[in-house]
Design a protein around this ligand. Sequence first.
Ligand SMILES: *Cc1c(COP(=O)(O)O)cnc(C)c1O
Length: 426
Amino acid sequence: MQTRSLSARDQQVIWHPYTQMHTAPAPVAIVRGAGALLFDEEDNSYIDATSSWWVNIHGHAHPHIAQRLAAQALQLQHVIFSGYTHPPAVHLAEQLLEILPDNQRRVFYSDNGSTAVEVALKMAIQYWDNKGSRKHTFLAFKNAYHGDTFGAMSVSGRSAFTRVFDELLFEVQFIDLPTPENISRLKEEVNALLASGVAAFIFEPLLQGAGGMLMYEAAPFEELLQHCVSKDILLIADEVMTGFGRTGKNFAMEHVQTKPDMICLSKGLTGGSMALGITTCTAAIYEAFLSNDKLKTLFHGHSFTANPLACAVALASLELFTAKDCAEQRQRINEKHRVFLQELQEMKAIKNPRLLGTVLAFEVATPNADGYTNKLADHLHQFFRDRRVMLRPLGNTLYVLPPYCITDEQLDRVYECIREMVASLP
Ligand SMILES: *Cc1c(COP(=O)(O)O)cnc(C)c1O
């Protein structure tokens, strides 16, 4: 019989992501979830205020999703996706193309956000190659985060995450986030880079997640996108975190008129229940790969491409997402956040409080530099964990990014803990 706690057993055998195992406290063992709550071994409940790493949108162990998963598992759990297809993959692609920006025509499946980005990068390079031009540079924003595999790391801002690998990453041109003041300069910077052969511009539209929940304005962004379009630079919208309602619209690209050439999706795609990645593209991108020449094929695929279970779960999640009450819930969260935002604006210890859709973020003022390695992070993490609120700061940046089903009372409790944290600061 096992007598040690799950958490103690974990510490003997597991290596956790983004965790300094030498100093990290023992992990909390979560045994079940319901709505925005997660329960540990002693049945203590925790409010999931960060949607379990930004993936959850409808709450945990949702019965509709669970039932569809079980039904699919009894039908077909997986099949090779080259030369074969299956109903959930086709239905999901049809349904998604209905709600994505209307220039998107094809769905390429993979199994997580990083792979969705890798696929987009490869599509961009090979698109130009198939058309007989060589363009090998990418444009990206400073502080961007596009994933942890090498290609995705390369187009991510150079940071503590990439430091050890910097010399192994391919070259990418980084520009500042657009503002009304710097937009003319940014356009000149883009012009100066054209000679190096820019294949594509990859960006997190309006909200940079891991880079620190940084938000930027739609108008100068639109101007930058239009400029890139005029210079034949493909646009890759990485909506892995902004997709599925996070920013107040179904997809963040709906805040601007310009339509991207490719879109990357994951995280909320399955409602946060299973791993699935999608890269969509326009007819123009897709058609550049059609040829009698086999070398023009996109040679990319993963064993679990378009896993039927994941696709079935994504379809179930999409049904919940497109229902009227989901939009209402997002609106409700935005309004509650807005009220608390005003309170945050009055607090001396809080810097740059900001809000977009269901995402509320701010920095906690500290004597040390802002950023991911800011020492305050561990303290904050523990502070909220002790109060059974799951808030995981990015350095001294705190953010509330809840599942859309979070109740008003649960949100109030999260705000209350933030007030308490601010009051406890030296
Ligand atoms: C999380 C994230 C990724 C990477 O997704 P994974 O599934 O964690 O590999 C890529 N882009 C953005 C914008 C993300 O937030």
